[in-house]
Design a protein around this ligand. Structure first.
Ligand code: HEM
Length: 345
Protein backbone atom coordinates (compact mmCIF):
# COMPACT_ATOMS: atom_id res chain seq x y z
CA UNK A 1 0.00 0.00 0.00
CA UNK A 2 1.11 3.56 -0.70
CA UNK A 3 1.61 5.12 2.68
CA UNK A 4 2.92 8.46 1.50
CA UNK A 5 4.62 8.68 4.85
CA UNK A 6 8.17 7.63 4.24
CA UNK A 7 9.14 10.91 2.58
CA UNK A 8 12.23 12.75 3.72
CA UNK A 9 11.92 15.54 6.21
CA UNK A 10 8.92 14.13 8.06
CA UNK A 11 11.00 12.52 10.79
CA UNK A 12 14.24 13.11 12.67
CA UNK A 13 16.06 9.93 11.61
CA UNK A 14 18.64 11.85 9.61
CA UNK A 15 18.79 14.84 11.98
CA UNK A 16 22.15 15.53 13.56
CA UNK A 17 22.37 14.47 17.22
CA UNK A 18 22.83 18.04 18.47
CA UNK A 19 19.61 19.24 16.88
CA UNK A 20 17.80 16.21 18.23
CA UNK A 21 19.14 16.76 21.74
CA UNK A 22 18.18 20.45 21.63
CA UNK A 23 14.62 19.60 20.60
CA UNK A 24 14.30 17.18 23.51
CA UNK A 25 15.86 19.59 26.04
CA UNK A 26 13.55 22.45 25.07
CA UNK A 27 10.38 20.42 24.67
CA UNK A 28 7.43 21.79 26.64
CA UNK A 29 5.86 18.55 27.81
CA UNK A 30 2.17 19.44 28.12
CA UNK A 31 0.79 17.05 30.75
CA UNK A 32 1.12 18.25 34.36
CA UNK A 33 -1.62 15.78 35.37
CA UNK A 34 -2.37 12.12 34.58
CA UNK A 35 -5.68 13.08 32.96
CA UNK A 36 -6.44 15.93 30.58
CA UNK A 37 -9.53 18.12 30.38
CA UNK A 38 -10.09 21.53 28.86
CA UNK A 39 -9.76 24.38 31.31
CA UNK A 40 -8.86 28.07 31.40
CA UNK A 41 -5.29 27.00 32.10
CA UNK A 42 -3.50 30.34 32.14
CA UNK A 43 -0.53 31.33 34.32
CA UNK A 44 1.79 34.34 34.41
CA UNK A 45 4.52 33.96 31.80
CA UNK A 46 8.28 34.34 31.90
CA UNK A 47 9.47 31.76 34.40
CA UNK A 48 11.28 28.62 33.32
CA UNK A 49 9.58 25.26 33.71
CA UNK A 50 12.10 22.56 34.51
CA UNK A 51 11.45 19.15 32.93
CA UNK A 52 13.28 15.82 33.33
CA UNK A 53 15.05 16.61 30.02
CA UNK A 54 15.76 20.34 30.31
CA UNK A 55 13.54 23.41 30.51
CA UNK A 56 11.27 25.78 28.58
CA UNK A 57 9.34 28.97 29.11
CA UNK A 58 11.92 31.50 30.30
CA UNK A 59 11.23 33.69 27.25
CA UNK A 60 8.00 34.89 25.67
CA UNK A 61 9.49 34.54 22.18
CA UNK A 62 11.66 31.48 21.78
CA UNK A 63 14.44 31.42 19.19
CA UNK A 64 15.69 27.83 18.97
CA UNK A 65 17.64 25.53 16.64
CA UNK A 66 14.76 25.52 14.15
CA UNK A 67 14.72 29.34 13.78
CA UNK A 68 15.98 29.80 10.23
CA UNK A 69 14.35 26.61 8.92
CA UNK A 70 10.93 27.53 10.33
CA UNK A 71 11.16 31.10 9.06
CA UNK A 72 12.04 29.81 5.59
CA UNK A 73 9.03 27.52 5.74
CA UNK A 74 6.80 30.41 6.84
CA UNK A 75 8.04 32.56 3.94
CA UNK A 76 7.29 29.77 1.46
CA UNK A 77 3.78 29.27 2.83
CA UNK A 78 3.00 32.98 2.70
CA UNK A 79 4.28 33.18 -0.85
CA UNK A 80 2.06 30.29 -1.91
CA UNK A 81 -0.98 31.34 0.13
CA UNK A 82 -1.25 35.02 1.12
CA UNK A 83 -4.48 34.34 3.07
CA UNK A 84 -2.30 33.25 6.02
CA UNK A 85 -1.66 36.93 6.67
CA UNK A 86 -4.51 39.39 7.16
CA UNK A 87 -4.93 42.80 8.76
CA UNK A 88 -8.39 44.36 8.96
CA UNK A 89 -8.12 48.14 8.40
CA UNK A 90 -8.76 49.15 12.04
CA UNK A 91 -5.83 46.96 13.20
CA UNK A 92 -2.96 48.99 11.77
CA UNK A 93 -2.04 50.57 15.10
CA UNK A 94 -2.18 47.15 16.77
CA UNK A 95 0.27 45.79 14.17
CA UNK A 96 2.85 48.47 14.99
CA UNK A 97 2.26 47.84 18.67
CA UNK A 98 2.75 44.10 18.15
CA UNK A 99 5.90 44.62 16.10
CA UNK A 100 7.56 46.76 18.76
CA UNK A 101 6.50 44.40 21.55
CA UNK A 102 7.95 41.41 19.69
CA UNK A 103 11.19 43.27 18.96
CA UNK A 104 11.56 44.04 22.67
CA UNK A 105 10.92 40.39 23.56
CA UNK A 106 13.38 39.17 20.91
CA UNK A 107 16.05 41.62 22.10
CA UNK A 108 15.52 40.71 25.77
CA UNK A 109 15.92 37.02 25.00
CA UNK A 110 18.83 37.38 22.55
CA UNK A 111 20.89 40.39 23.68
CA UNK A 112 24.01 39.32 21.78
CA UNK A 113 22.32 39.25 18.38
CA UNK A 114 19.24 41.45 18.54
CA UNK A 115 18.76 45.04 19.62
CA UNK A 116 16.10 47.75 19.48
CA UNK A 117 17.45 51.29 19.89
CA UNK A 118 15.39 54.44 20.24
CA UNK A 119 17.04 56.97 17.91
CA UNK A 120 14.65 59.93 18.27
CA UNK A 121 11.75 60.59 20.60
CA UNK A 122 8.68 62.70 19.83
CA UNK A 123 5.28 62.03 18.31
CA UNK A 124 6.86 59.91 15.57
CA UNK A 125 9.77 58.14 17.29
CA UNK A 126 12.56 56.67 15.21
CA UNK A 127 14.10 53.30 16.03
CA UNK A 128 16.90 51.10 14.84
CA UNK A 129 16.31 47.33 14.75
CA UNK A 130 19.15 44.90 14.44
CA UNK A 131 18.69 41.15 14.01
CA UNK A 132 22.13 39.69 13.31
CA UNK A 133 20.82 36.15 12.88
CA UNK A 134 18.90 37.28 9.80
CA UNK A 135 21.30 40.05 8.77
CA UNK A 136 18.76 42.82 9.38
CA UNK A 137 19.81 46.33 10.41
CA UNK A 138 17.11 48.90 9.69
CA UNK A 139 16.04 52.30 10.98
CA UNK A 140 12.32 53.09 10.85
CA UNK A 141 9.85 55.75 11.90
CA UNK A 142 7.13 54.38 14.14
CA UNK A 143 3.78 54.41 12.33
CA UNK A 144 5.22 55.17 8.91
CA UNK A 145 4.91 52.06 6.78
CA UNK A 146 7.07 53.42 3.97
CA UNK A 147 10.08 53.19 6.33
CA UNK A 148 9.70 49.40 6.68
CA UNK A 149 10.39 46.68 4.12
CA UNK A 150 6.88 45.24 4.68
CA UNK A 151 3.64 45.70 6.62
CA UNK A 152 4.78 45.66 10.30
CA UNK A 153 3.01 42.45 11.35
CA UNK A 154 4.18 40.61 8.24
CA UNK A 155 7.73 41.87 8.76
CA UNK A 156 8.02 40.82 12.39
CA UNK A 157 6.20 37.59 11.52
CA UNK A 158 9.24 36.78 9.38
CA UNK A 159 11.46 37.06 12.47
CA UNK A 160 9.65 34.99 15.08
CA UNK A 161 8.79 31.30 14.97
CA UNK A 162 5.47 32.04 16.70
CA UNK A 163 2.19 32.38 14.85
CA UNK A 164 0.55 35.68 15.80
CA UNK A 165 -3.12 36.64 16.13
CA UNK A 166 -4.17 40.13 17.22
CA UNK A 167 -7.55 40.47 18.90
CA UNK A 168 -9.48 43.73 18.96
CA UNK A 169 -11.64 44.37 22.01
CA UNK A 170 -15.07 45.95 21.44
CA UNK A 171 -17.93 46.09 23.95
CA UNK A 172 -16.47 43.41 26.16
CA UNK A 173 -15.83 40.98 23.32
CA UNK A 174 -12.67 39.97 21.46
CA UNK A 175 -12.31 39.60 17.69
CA UNK A 176 -9.46 37.93 15.80
CA UNK A 177 -8.94 40.81 13.39
CA UNK A 178 -5.31 40.44 12.29
CA UNK A 179 -2.60 37.83 12.18
CA UNK A 180 0.17 35.86 10.54
CA UNK A 181 -0.59 32.17 11.00
CA UNK A 182 1.23 29.60 8.91
CA UNK A 183 1.39 26.67 11.34
CA UNK A 184 -2.27 26.22 12.32
CA UNK A 185 -3.09 22.79 13.77
CA UNK A 186 -6.29 21.78 11.99
CA UNK A 187 -7.91 25.21 11.62
CA UNK A 188 -7.85 28.04 9.11
CA UNK A 189 -6.80 31.57 9.94
CA UNK A 190 -8.18 32.86 6.62
CA UNK A 191 -11.58 31.42 7.52
CA UNK A 192 -11.52 32.65 11.13
CA UNK A 193 -10.27 36.21 10.60
CA UNK A 194 -12.83 38.76 11.78
CA UNK A 195 -14.66 36.23 13.96
CA UNK A 196 -15.38 36.73 17.65
CA UNK A 197 -13.45 34.75 20.27
CA UNK A 198 -16.59 32.68 20.98
CA UNK A 199 -17.20 31.98 17.27
CA UNK A 200 -13.56 30.96 16.76
CA UNK A 201 -13.99 28.33 19.48
CA UNK A 202 -17.33 27.14 18.06
CA UNK A 203 -16.01 23.78 16.76
CA UNK A 204 -14.41 22.73 20.06
CA UNK A 205 -16.50 20.23 22.09
CA UNK A 206 -17.27 20.86 25.79
CA UNK A 207 -15.82 24.38 25.91
CA UNK A 208 -19.11 26.26 25.74
CA UNK A 209 -21.19 23.93 27.92
CA UNK A 210 -18.50 23.94 30.61
CA UNK A 211 -18.13 27.73 30.56
CA UNK A 212 -14.39 27.47 29.81
CA UNK A 213 -14.48 29.86 26.92
CA UNK A 214 -16.66 32.55 28.52
CA UNK A 215 -14.33 32.47 31.54
CA UNK A 216 -11.33 32.73 29.21
CA UNK A 217 -12.88 35.73 27.48
CA UNK A 218 -13.69 37.40 30.81
CA UNK A 219 -10.08 36.86 31.85
CA UNK A 220 -8.65 38.20 28.60
CA UNK A 221 -10.85 41.30 28.48
CA UNK A 222 -9.47 42.26 31.94
CA UNK A 223 -5.83 41.72 30.99
CA UNK A 224 -3.84 44.87 31.82
CA UNK A 225 -1.30 46.57 29.50
CA UNK A 226 2.05 44.84 29.66
CA UNK A 227 0.70 41.76 31.43
CA UNK A 228 1.82 38.49 29.89
CA UNK A 229 0.18 35.12 30.53
CA UNK A 230 0.71 31.74 28.96
CA UNK A 231 -1.02 28.41 28.49
CA UNK A 232 -0.33 25.19 26.61
CA UNK A 233 -2.43 23.16 24.24
CA UNK A 234 -1.52 19.88 22.57
CA UNK A 235 -2.36 17.35 19.89
CA UNK A 236 -0.66 14.60 17.89
CA UNK A 237 0.74 15.32 14.42
CA UNK A 238 1.93 12.71 11.93
CA UNK A 239 5.32 13.67 10.57
CA UNK A 240 7.09 16.94 11.30
CA UNK A 241 4.45 18.99 9.55
CA UNK A 242 4.13 22.44 11.03
CA UNK A 243 1.52 23.45 8.47
CA UNK A 244 -1.41 21.18 9.24
CA UNK A 245 -3.94 23.86 8.37
CA UNK A 246 -7.40 23.11 7.01
CA UNK A 247 -6.21 24.47 3.66
CA UNK A 248 -3.79 21.54 3.24
CA UNK A 249 -6.06 18.84 4.65
CA UNK A 250 -5.80 16.78 1.46
CA UNK A 251 -2.03 16.50 2.04
CA UNK A 252 -1.95 15.49 5.70
CA UNK A 253 -5.46 14.20 6.50
CA UNK A 254 -4.97 10.77 4.85
CA UNK A 255 -1.89 10.15 7.05
CA UNK A 256 -4.30 9.36 9.89
CA UNK A 257 -5.30 6.22 7.98
CA UNK A 258 -1.96 5.27 6.47
CA UNK A 259 -0.03 5.55 9.72
CA UNK A 260 -1.80 2.40 10.83
CA UNK A 261 -0.15 0.42 8.04
CA UNK A 262 3.37 1.23 9.19
CA UNK A 263 5.56 -0.87 11.47
CA UNK A 264 6.34 0.14 15.04
CA UNK A 265 9.67 1.77 14.24
CA UNK A 266 8.12 4.05 11.65
CA UNK A 267 5.13 4.71 13.93
CA UNK A 268 7.38 5.92 16.76
CA UNK A 269 9.42 8.08 14.40
CA UNK A 270 6.47 9.68 12.66
CA UNK A 271 3.82 10.22 15.33
CA UNK A 272 4.72 13.44 17.14
CA UNK A 273 3.44 14.91 20.35
CA UNK A 274 2.76 18.53 19.40
CA UNK A 275 2.66 21.18 22.11
CA UNK A 276 1.57 24.73 21.55
CA UNK A 277 2.96 27.26 23.98
CA UNK A 278 0.57 30.19 23.77
CA UNK A 279 1.26 33.64 25.15
CA UNK A 280 -1.36 36.31 25.78
CA UNK A 281 -0.26 39.94 25.99
CA UNK A 282 -2.23 43.18 26.24
CA UNK A 283 -0.54 45.63 23.90
CA UNK A 284 -0.01 49.03 25.51
CA UNK A 285 -0.86 51.48 22.74
CA UNK A 286 -3.71 49.88 20.79
CA UNK A 287 -5.25 47.91 23.66
CA UNK A 288 -5.35 44.83 21.42
CA UNK A 289 -4.60 41.37 22.83
CA UNK A 290 -1.69 39.62 21.16
CA UNK A 291 -1.98 35.84 21.01
CA UNK A 292 1.24 33.97 20.20
CA UNK A 293 1.19 30.29 19.29
CA UNK A 294 4.49 28.45 19.22
CA UNK A 295 4.37 24.84 18.00
CA UNK A 296 6.87 22.23 19.17
CA UNK A 297 6.91 18.63 17.98
CA UNK A 298 8.66 15.60 19.44
CA UNK A 299 8.39 12.08 18.01
CA UNK A 300 7.08 9.35 20.32
CA UNK A 301 10.46 7.62 20.09
CA UNK A 302 12.04 10.63 21.85
CA UNK A 303 9.12 11.12 24.24
CA UNK A 304 9.55 7.50 25.32
CA UNK A 305 13.22 7.99 26.25
CA UNK A 306 12.14 10.13 29.18
CA UNK A 307 10.46 7.67 31.52
CA UNK A 308 8.06 10.15 33.13
CA UNK A 309 6.99 11.47 29.71
CA UNK A 310 6.45 7.94 28.37
CA UNK A 311 4.14 6.80 31.15
CA UNK A 312 2.37 10.15 31.54
CA UNK A 313 1.65 10.51 27.81
CA UNK A 314 0.31 6.94 27.72
CA UNK A 315 -1.94 7.60 30.73
CA UNK A 316 -3.37 10.82 29.27
CA UNK A 317 -3.96 9.39 25.79
CA UNK A 318 -5.58 6.25 27.17
CA UNK A 319 -8.02 8.15 29.38
CA UNK A 320 -8.85 10.98 26.94
CA UNK A 321 -12.64 11.03 26.34
CA UNK A 322 -13.74 9.97 22.87
CA UNK A 323 -15.27 13.33 21.85
CA UNK A 324 -11.98 15.10 22.62
CA UNK A 325 -9.97 12.47 20.72
CA UNK A 326 -12.36 12.86 17.77
CA UNK A 327 -12.02 16.65 17.79
CA UNK A 328 -8.23 16.42 17.94
CA UNK A 329 -8.31 14.02 14.99
CA UNK A 330 -6.36 11.33 16.81
CA UNK A 331 -9.15 8.81 17.41
CA UNK A 332 -7.98 6.39 14.70
CA UNK A 333 -4.50 5.86 16.10
CA UNK A 334 -4.48 6.89 19.76
CA UNK A 335 -4.95 3.28 20.97
CA UNK A 336 -1.90 2.27 19.00
CA UNK A 337 0.00 5.27 20.39
CA UNK A 338 -0.86 4.12 23.93
CA UNK A 339 0.21 0.54 23.19
CA UNK A 340 3.40 1.80 21.53
CA UNK A 341 4.31 3.95 24.53
CA UNK A 342 3.55 1.16 27.01
CA UNK A 343 5.67 -1.32 25.03
CA UNK A 344 8.60 1.11 24.85
CA UNK A 345 9.19 0.77 28.62
C1 HEM B 1 -8.88 25.76 20.12
C2 HEM B 1 -9.02 27.14 24.74
C3 HEM B 1 -7.32 31.49 23.55
C4 HEM B 1 -7.91 30.36 18.92
C5 HEM B 1 -8.96 25.74 21.48
C6 HEM B 1 -9.19 24.55 22.28
C7 HEM B 1 -9.23 24.94 23.56
C8 HEM B 1 -9.04 26.37 23.61
C9 HEM B 1 -9.44 24.05 24.77
C10 HEM B 1 -9.27 23.12 21.76
C11 HEM B 1 -7.87 22.62 21.53
C12 HEM B 1 -7.68 21.16 21.21
O1 HEM B 1 -8.39 20.27 21.70
O2 HEM B 1 -6.71 20.85 20.48
C13 HEM B 1 -8.56 28.44 24.83
C14 HEM B 1 -8.38 29.18 26.06
C15 HEM B 1 -7.88 30.39 25.72
C16 HEM B 1 -7.78 30.42 24.27
C17 HEM B 1 -8.69 28.63 27.45
C18 HEM B 1 -7.48 31.57 26.56
C19 HEM B 1 -7.30 31.55 27.84
C20 HEM B 1 -7.39 31.58 22.21
C21 HEM B 1 -7.15 32.80 21.47
C22 HEM B 1 -7.33 32.49 20.17
C23 HEM B 1 -7.68 31.07 20.08
C24 HEM B 1 -6.78 34.14 22.06
C25 HEM B 1 -7.18 33.50 19.09
C26 HEM B 1 -7.57 33.39 17.87
C27 HEM B 1 -8.23 29.02 18.86
C28 HEM B 1 -8.45 28.31 17.62
C29 HEM B 1 -8.75 26.98 17.95
C30 HEM B 1 -8.68 26.90 19.40
C31 HEM B 1 -8.38 28.89 16.22
C32 HEM B 1 -9.10 25.86 16.97
C33 HEM B 1 -10.60 25.90 16.73
C34 HEM B 1 -11.04 25.08 15.54
O3 HEM B 1 -11.08 23.84 15.65
O4 HEM B 1 -11.37 25.67 14.50
N1 HEM B 1 -8.86 26.82 22.32
N2 HEM B 1 -8.20 29.22 23.77
N3 HEM B 1 -7.71 30.57 21.34
N4 HEM B 1 -8.37 28.16 19.91
FE1 HEM B 1 -8.33 28.71 21.82
Amino acid sequence: PRTGLTTDGLDLTTADPERRAALVAGFPFPFPNPTYRYSTNVEPAGSAVVTPAGQWGDCVVDVDVEYTAELAERAEILERDPSRHAVLPHMRVACWDAMLCLMRELAAANPATMELTLLETGSRPRYRWRNDVLGIDTAFTYGLESTLPAEPLAWIGQQVQEDVVLLDQREGELFGDAGVVTFAADWSFGFDVGMSFLEIHGPVPRLHAEGVITRAQAFLTRLQPGEVYRRTNWTLTIGRRLDVSTELYDQWGPDRESIQLLDDTAFGALVHLRTEVQHLIRLPESGAVMFLIRSYMLPLEEVARVEHWRTRAADVLEELPQDMADYKGIAKYRDRAVAWLRAAG
